[in-house]
Design a protein around this ligand. Structure first.
Ligand code: LER
Ligand code: MN
Length: 279
């Protein structure tokens, strides 16, 4: 398994769940110094990334960009796939297609998190779902040409009301029926929405291709009460060997949070800690 951290640009809004907000090159250097394998870029718009600059920092540090995440497209700009207005849906698709092209530059995946949107009061859930599926198809047409995975992330009910748990994630992946789609569980959301970590990981074993981790309080892993024994045992059981990326609050400060996450995850992956003891 490889360990990543979600980072963003200096002007990222509070609704971006990132540890470092800085020039992206500086973010890469700070993560490299702490021993991360890569950075997930949380973006609002593809233009925030100057590709040659980032590629130079990646080459110099040996880090990768495994994923581009897109929550700010929803949270900051209110563009999303279930929007009742077709023009807004098209703008959301254009943003994501731009990010798919960017992801192809780095061999990264593109996250379908909050950008999928929500069901407004009084709307027919089946009609809303169909809007989402049509937008996914437009993105998948490009993603499949470029070999980019679209990874759907179930997100808890206090942030969106559409695709909240892993079972719903699997169901919508099946319904949209595009081969570029995979599942991206996030332990913070699973802790709220899923009946069991092990059950969800086993059910999703053929389609899980990326994992977000945060503790129960969205702090770095080890600083809450989430059962990481169960999480890592289940990931081991399904033979998961992909990225584990920390998406945590920058508390008590960004450097402490980033250092704790990589130290804890590295120790867990190495199997040094058999219990939930704090590291
Ligand atoms: C938001 O809660 C989250 O987990 C993000 O990764 C999705 O936008
Ligand atoms: Mn997440």
């Amino acid at each position: 398994m490889k360990i990543g951290l979600v980072v963003s640009t200096a002007d990222a809004p509070p609704s971006a769940y990132v540890v470092y907000r800085d020039d992206l090159g500086n973010c890469i250097d700070r993560c490299a110094a702490l021993g991360y394998d890569g950075v997930e870029l949380a973006l609002r718009d593809r233009s925030q990334v100057v590709v040659p600059h980032i590629k130079r920092r990646l080459a110099a540090t040996g880090l990768a960009v495994p994923c581009i995440s897109t929550g700010q497209v929803f949270a900051a700009d209110r563009l999303y796939f279930t929007h009742p207005d077709a023009e807004v849906r098209s703008q959301a698709v254009v943003r994501i297609v731009d990010m798919i092209h960017l992801a192809a530059e780095f061999g990264a995946k593109v996250n379908m998190g909050r950008v999928r949107g929500l069901i407004h009061n009084g709307e027919d859930p089946l009609a809303v779902r169909q809007r989402y599926i049509e937008c996914v198809h437009r993105c998948a047409d490009i993603a499949e040409l470029l070999g980019v995975e679209l990874i759907i992330e179930p997100v808890n009910r206090y942030e969106v009301n559409f695709v909240n748990n892993c079972a719903e994630g699997l169901e919508i992946i099946r319904a949209s029926a595009r081969p570029c789609q995979r599942l991206m569980p996030d332990t913070f959301h699973m802790n709220i929405e899923d009946a069991s970590f092990r059950g969800s990981f086993l059910a999703g074993k053929d389609v899980i291709s990326y994992v977000h981790v945060a503790d129960s309080n969205r702090l770095a892993p080890g600083w809450g009460h989430l059962p990481f024994d169960e999480v890592f045992e289940a990931l081991h059981e399904i033979g998961y060997d992909g990225w584990i990326t920390a998406e945590v609050l920058p508390l008590p400060d960004p450097d402490k949070a980033a250092a704790q996450a990589v130290r804890y995850l590295r120790a867990r992956i190495a199997g040094q800690y058999a219990s939930n003891r704090k590291v």
